[in-house]
Design a protein around this ligand. Structure first.
Ligand code: ZN
Length: 208
């Protein structure tokens, strides 16, 4: 939507340059205002497009498939999304991941300033990793969540979180909110049947 608004302002600017008359000071001021409005309306779509590309590239790498695609729903997308009540969903067959509005904004806020974030913003990271685990081929929700937890620390670092915050927040999720999550399983623990023994697993090095 905003990109259409931006294109409309571009058209107004273009229209000014097509007029065959010298610019008055008023014209120059008007064009300057239009340029500012164009940049303001284009900023958000461009920011989201870059973030989606970043998440897509990372998902491709983690899931080891070149057709991975991450889409951040806008509020308008959410209206037409049949699964609008869940934080994210993935289609194993196509590799497409949809992150529900406003999860991408929450994830961006988390990565921009990981020192002062809400619980909800931190939770956005596990949702992303969970959906990436689905496009690796896992359908069972408990196993998917457990695979995501084990990779939450490593993916946090790949997303750009400082090493110690990625570790601390991943452990905090595993020891805290995960216990109340619908996909909780007691087998998802160090030495449990869902432990994949990853060398950089979230729970490597923790006592308990
Ligand atoms: Zn799931």
């Amino acid at each position: 939507m905003l990109i259409l608004v931006s294109l409309f302002f571009c058209w107004l600017i273009f229209r000014e340059f097509r007029k065959e008359k010298a610019f008055t000071n008023f014209d120059r001021g008007y064009i300057a205002v239009l340029v500012v409005l164009t940049l303001l309306s284009a900023w958000s779509p461009i920011r989201y497009w870059r973030f989606e590309s970043f998440l897509t590239n990372l998902a491709s790498e983690i899931a080891n498939r070149s057709d991975a695609e991450v889409h951040c729903n806008t509020p308008i997308d959410a209206i037409f999304d049949n699964a609008a009540t869940v934080a994210g969903h993935a289609t194993i067959e196509t590799g497409r991941i949809v992150l529900q509005y406003p999860l991408c904004a929450q994830l961006m806020d988390y990565l921009d300033d990981p020192h002062s974030v809400t619980k909800r913003e931190k939770y956005s990271a596990i949702v992303y990793v969970h959906e990436v685990m689905h496009i690796r081929g896992e359908r069972n929700e408990q196993r998917t969540e457990c695979q995501a937890i084990q990779r939450l620390f490593r993916v946090g670092v790949l997303l750009g979180l400082p090493f110690h915050i990625a570790k601390q927040d991943a452990i905090s999720y595993f020891k805290g909110d995960f216990k109340k999550h619908p996909y909780f399983s007691s087998a998802c623990a160090p030495g449990g049947s869902m432990d994949e023994g990853l060398p950089d697993s979230t729970w490597v090095g923790i006592m308990d």
